[in-house]
Design a protein around this ligand. Structure first.
Ligand code: ATP
Length: 134
């Protein structure tokens, strides 16, 4: 079994969709290992998105992810990394397939509700960054 880091970004909290998104992860059979409501500063955003800090889309993304509380969680299950990314859907909510979290609930490329680690290496790095005790 595998662990992955999931973020329910500030739009999920603001829109009152935490329960709905969490339900999908739970219903799929993923186990909750850690979960915390947290408001992050720019330094934590930069560490999390280290691979994106130089990109054009990053400054507004940083403003967005620091704009209010988000829910950080670690979930565990068979192939959890790929499973979460499949549940999340394509990055752009306007293009994500119906049936996915973004496809059903987001109409934005930036405010796309969720994050999921994209590889075992990212999962290990991100879990260490958000939940150093794990
Ligand atoms: P995540 O890493 O959040 O699960 P992802 O892997 O689908 O999403 P990345 O390409 O890693 O997407 O981009 C990270 C985040 O940056 C996206 O989730 C989105 O919020 C934002 N983002 C990516 N591309 C754009 C863009 N072109 N315009 C605006 N925001 C973007």
């Amino acid at each position: 079994s595998q662990r992955t880091l999931v973020l329910l970004k500030p739009d999920t909290v603001r829109r009152g969709l935490v329960g709905q998104v969490l339900s999908r992860l739970e219903a799929k059979g993923l186990a909750l290992v850690a979960m915390e409501l947290r408001t992050i500063d720019a330094a934590q955003a930069d560490r999390h998105y280290a691979e994106h800090v130089e990109r054009d889309f990053y400054p507004p993304l940083r403003d967005f992810v620091t704009s209010g509380p988000l829910v950080a969680l670690v979930v565990e299950g068979d192939e959890a990394i790929e499973v979460v990314r499949a549940l999340n859907g394509a990055t752009d909510g306007r293009k994500a397939a119906p049936g996915t979290i973004r496809g059903d609930l987001s109409l934005s490329n930036r405010e796309n509700l969720v994050h999921g680690s994209d590889s075992p290496e990212s999962a290990e790095r991100e879990i260490g960054l958000w939940f150093p005790h794990l």
